[in-house]
Design a protein around this ligand. Structure first.
Ligand SMILES: [Mg+2]
Length: 260
């Protein structure tokens, strides 16, 4: 991809050159001598808080789906491919497990896995390698950092045990509401402690992260990683809707910090 000059979030024309692709364009100011400066097409409020999805934004899903495949006694690639297929069809990823075992009761099966000592696990190896550094940079630069994804309460406990550089770590199961419900994003805004328009929600899944975050009044960044991040990275609706599109969280952090 060519290197492009992009606007910073403070609308500074001397924005750094980087490979972050802006989702929206703005009109350049004062381009024609003797004429009034062009009006900006939009004025984004300053970003004070950055909130992160969990699955494939902060953590790799490899272990999670491998555990299900092993539990259901099918090859890991079978489960991974089925998860990809059902999500691409717009269905819940749990449907992949029901293709393997029709009628599967997800909650009961999860409890059986826990009872057998094969329950949910998350450790440092499950984090994408840029997570700790990117969140730390943002927090040191004065952004409030929130981690909030569609996860179990157990995942919340495991993530908090990792002591990420975050101000709040809270999961959908703990709030009793999951994405894409607008109430989930209201909880994110509450955790961020600032107006919705000053919160940037970062995620890989357009229909769980990007679109509902924007609909709830937050700013939103799309992350190209993990299956959904790659699948929909160049989707026209993603390109049109995202305030930022990035390939790594370090790109995101550096861009936001440069725009302060
Ligand atoms: Mg995700």
């Amino acid at each position: 991809m060519p290197r492009v000059r992009v606007p910073s979030l403070t609308l500074n024309d001397e924005a750094p050159v980087c490979e972050i692709r802006p989702g929206l364009r703005r009109v350049r100011r004062g381009a024609v001598p003797g004429r009034a400066p062009l009006r900006r097409r939009y004025d984004r409020p300053v970003i004070r808080a950055v909130a992160f999805d969990v699955g494939e934004t902060l953590t790799r899903d490899d272990r999670y789906w491998a555990a299900w495949a092993d539990w259901l006694d099918v090859p890991r690639h079978t489960v991974s491919a089925l998860v990809g297929a059902v999500v691409a069809q717009g269905r819940d990823n749990a449907e992949a497990l029901r293709l393997v075992r029709p009628g599967l009761d997800l909650v009961a099966e999860r409890a059986a896995m826990e009872a057998a000592g094969r329950g949910e696990r998350l450790d440092e190896d499950d984090l994408h390698p840029d997570v700790r550094r990117a969140l730390g940079k943002l927090r040191s630069a004065g952004f409030r950092v929130v981690v909030a994804g569609n996860q179990t309460a157990r995942a919340g406990e495991l993530l908090r045990a990792l002591r990420l550089p975050a101000d709040v770590v809270a999961m959908s199961a703990e709030w009793g509401v999951a994405k894409p419900d607008p109430l989930f994003f209201a909880q994110v805004v509450g955790a961020a402690g600032c107006p919705a328009g000053e919160v940037l929600y970062v995620g890989d899944h357009p229909h769980h992260d990007l679109f509902p975050a924007k609909a709830a009044g937050l700013q939103a960044a799309h992350l190209r990683r993990g299956p959904w991040g790659h699948l929909w990275a160049d989707d026209p609706d993603v390109v049109l809707t995202a305030d930022l599109r990035v390939d790594t969280l370090l790109d995101l952090a550096e861009h936001l910090i440069a725009g302060r």
